[in-house]
Design a protein around this ligand. Structure first.
Ligand code: GUN
Ligand code: ZN
Length: 438
C-alpha cells in the first residue's frame, strides 16, 4: 500500500560536492522557493517549486515551510542513549566520569521497561533537535538494544545500534564475557540487522573494557556478518591512551589494537580519535575507517581538540562525521555541536566554514557510516529524512538575521546562535515525527 505523496515547500539545500575545497559555498545548491516531493519514504524529486508543481502526483499534500530552510536530517554518528540521564554531570574527565556517573546509570538498563522509557526520551529529544538517524551505543544488556530498535522501528528510523561488549574493568553488573557477548550480539544481528531500516553495529566499548579474547570474537563476528557495522572509542583522553599501553603492551599503538583484531575497515566508526599518531592516521585512512568528531564531548569532559583540518587535508585523509556523544557531550543540538566544532577549529588556529559544518553533520556522518547513497542528502532516490529550520527562533537570531546578506551568513548565524528552538519540524522516512509547538 502506497502512502499519500507529500511535498515540502521552502528554502531547500542540497550538497552537490564536498565543501572541503577552495570554495566551500560552491558545494551547496539551493532553491529559495524549492520543493521536495516524497513518496513511500523516498525522495522522488527536488527542485524549484514552479518547475515541479505541475508534475506532482494526484492527491499530493503540500506542507508549506516557506521562509524556512529545508535540510537533510542531521545524522549523529556517535551517541549513548543510556547516558541521557547523566548529561551535564560535574567535575570529572573520562575514566572517572565513566566510573562515577556513566556505569551506575548504565546498570539500570538490565530492566527492559527502564530501557524502553529511556529509548523513548532519547528518540524524542533527537527528533526535537532535527536528528533523524544515529549510531548509538546501548548498554551491555541485550534488552537495552532491543528496547532501542523497537522504539526506532515505530518511526521507521534508520537506527544504527548495538549492545556494548565489555568483559573487564567494569562493575560486575555491567560485564559480559567474550562468549556471551558474541552470542548475544549474534542473536541481536539475526533479529534486527536489516529489519526495516535498522542496522546492527557491533559495539566493543573500547580496548580497556575488553579482553583480547573479546576483541577477537568481535572481529570474527563482523567477518561472519558482512554489512553490519562496528563502533568503538579510540584516543580520546591521554590517561586512557597510557592505560591501553599497559593493557596491550605488544601492540604498536591504540588504533593498532583494533587493527590487529580486524575491527577497522569500511563500516567501522572510531569515536573521538583526538590524539593520533601519523601511523594511526595512515591505517585509518587506508582501511577506510570512519571517525566520529564529538566536539561538545572534547570540551565538556576535557579530552582535547580534534583536528578536523588534518583529517581532511593531511597526508592521510579519512571520513569524518559529526556526533553529540551524549552524555559525554553536553548537547543534543547538532547546531550547538557545529558551534563547538567551529570553536575547536578556532582554538587550533583555523576556521570551519558553515558549509563544512553542515556537511559534517549530514553527508559527512553518512559517509563515515558508508550510508551516503541512502541518507544525509536531499537527492532523488534517497531516503526522506529531513530537518526544517526556523531561521528566526529567538529575538537575538531575528535581530542578527536582519543583517545577514548571504545564505552562508544565515547558515553560520543558525549554527552559532541556534539550538533546539531553531528546529521547526523533523521528518523521518517521509513522515513528520516532530513539529515545534507554535
Ligand atoms: N570511552 C569509553 N566509553 C565511553 C563513553 O561512554 N563515553 C565517552 N565519551 N568515551 C568513552
Ligand atoms: Zn562515546
Amino acid at each position: 500500500r502506497s502512502d499519500v505523496p507529500r511535498a515540502l515547500r521552502g528554502h531547500v539545500l542540497q550538497f552537490n560536492a564536498s565543501p572541503f575545497c577552495e570554495d566551500p559555498t560552491s558545494a551547496i545548491t539551493d532553491w529559495q522557493d524549492g520543493l521536495i516531493v516524497i513518496q513511500d519514504g523516498l525522495i522522488h524529486a527536488v527542485g524549484q517549486a514552479d518547475d515541479l508543481m505541475g508534475t506532482l502526483p494526484e492527491g499530493t499534500i503540500i506542507e508549506d515551510h516557506s521562509g524556512k530552510l529545508i535540510l537533510p536530517g542531521f545524522i549523529d554518528c556517535h551517541a549513548h542513549y543510556p547516558q541521557s540521564e547523566v548529561i551535564a554531570s560535574y567535575g570529572t574527565q573520562l575514566i572517572e566520569w565513566l566510573n562515577t556517573y556513566t556505569f551506575p546509570a548504565e546498570a539500570k538498563f538490565r530492566d527492559k521497561a527502564y530501557a524502553q522509557a529511556a529509548a523513548n526520551v532519547y528518540l524524542a529529544e533527537s527528533f526535537r533537535n532535527g536528528i533523524t538517524s544515529a549510531s548509538v551505543y546501548c548498554t551491555v544488556h541485550p534488552e537495552s538494544a532491543e528496547a532501542l530498535f523497537e522504539a526506532a522501528s515505530t518511526f521507521s528510523m534508520r537506527m544504527i545500534a548495538g549492545k556494548v561488549l565489555m568483559d573487564r574493568n567494569a562493575p560486575d553488573n555491567l560485564r559480559d564475557t567474550a562468549q556471551s557477548g558474541y552470542d548475544d550480539s549474534k542473536r541481536l544481528i539475526e533479529a534486527w540487522h536489516g529489519k526495516g531500516r535498522n542496522l546492527y553495529c557491533i559495539t566493543p566499548r573500547f580496548a580497556p573494557t575488553s579482553t583480547p579474547q573479546q576483541l577477537e570474537a568481535a572481529g570474527a563476528l563482523w567477518k561472519e556478518h558482512p554489512g553490519t557495522l562496528v563502533q568503538t572509542h579510540t584516543s580520546e583522553n591521554l590517561k586512557e591512551i597510557e592505560w591501553v599501553k599497559t593493557l596491550y603492551p605488544d601492540h604498536t599503538d591504540y588504533v593498532g589494537v583494533y587493527e590487529h583484531f580486524g575491527l577497522l575497515g569500511k563500516g567501522s566508526i572510531l569515536g573521538h580519535a583526538i590524539h593520533l599518531s601519523d601511523r594511526e592516521r595512515a591505517v585509518i585512512s587506508e582501511s577506510g575507517t570512519g571517525v566520529a568528531h564529538c566536539p561538545t564531548s572534547n570540551t565538556f569532559i576535557g579530552s582535547g581538540l580534534f583536528d578536523v583540518k588534518e583529517a581532511h587535508y593531511g597526508a592521510h585523509p579519512f571520513r569524518v562525521g559529526l556526533a553529540t556523544d551524549v552524555g559525554g557531550g553536553s548537547s543534543f543540538s547538532m547546531l550547538s555541536t557545529m558551534r563547538t566544532a567551529y570553536e575547536i577549529a578556532q582554538l587550533r588556529g583555523y576556521s570551519l566554514h558553515p558549509a563544512q559544518a553542515y556537511y559534517l553533520s549530514t553527508v559527512g556522518s553518512a559517509k563515515a557510516l558508508y550510508l551516503e547513497d541512502r541518507i544525509g542528502n536531499l537527492m532523488p532516490g534517497m531516503e526522506a529524512d529531513i530537518t526544517v529550520i526556523d531561521m528566526h527562533s529567538t529575538e537575538l537570531i531575528r535581530h542578527r538575521m536582519s543583517y545577514a546578506d548571504t545564505l552562508t551568513e544565515a547558515l553560520f548565524t543558525q549554527m552559532i546562535l541556534g539550538d533546539d528552538r531553531a528546529i521547526a519540524a523533523t521528518y523521518v522516512n517521509g513522515k513528520k515525527v516532530y513539529e515545534k509547538p507554535s
